[in-house]
Design a protein around this ligand. Sequence first.
Ligand code: SAM
Length: 208
Amino acid sequence: MDEPDASPRSGDDATSLICDFASGAVGHRFRFGGGRGEPLSRAAGFTHGNRPDVVDATAGLGRDAFLLASLGAHVTLIERSAAIHSLLQDGLARARASGPALAAVVGRMTLLQGDAKTYLPDLRPPVVVVDPMHPTRRGTALVKKEMRMLREVVGTDPDALDLMDVALKSATRRVVLKWPLRAEPMPGLRAPTYSIAGKALRFDIFMV
Ligand SMILES: C[S@@+](CC[C@H](N)C(=O)[O-])C[C@H]1O[C@@H](n2cnc3c(N)ncnc32)[C@H](O)[C@@H]1O
């Protein structure tokens, strides 16, 4: 897909997007040892002593990848938007420089730029996480400002079904799809093996 224009805009300014692992909700959860019981880590198959390698095929601002790496997993992040990839690089560098605890987590995170559909068949990881831009709902004031800004930069991920197809052929254990709790399933996608519901999102798990 051609990358949508990421140039500065006025109003909801997409240039104010930032990737920050040290502060905000992500940093807070990390400092207070959260993450273990999170739906995402359960969906990825993390159990006591079991931390399979993960490819996060839709890295975005890296929050999901950071959560999984903070629990001890090695996570490969793939992001195709050059603008978002560069934000991630910055965020990872700042985290690395901010102290040994964060540096240890970031040391388990490997960032790649490009289309995950190209990388996945070679990587063949046990677990693939897919979190494409979600379909907008009518009256969607609830969509967080940050998500709206991200959408301005990366667009809508119309090839999400193709990405799921490649993920399902490449993962050796499971694919986790993060999807709005009440949204219709992705058209054309087979039914998941099971789902784990969060507050506004659900994790559909496809065992392979
Ligand atoms: C909803 S965001 C992901 C948010 C992320 N889970 C987080 O925790 O911050 C989706 C991201 O996936 C990226 N993306 C979508 N399809 C992709 C693909 N085929 N390969 C690489 N990146 C992709 C988009 O550019 C966007 O940045």
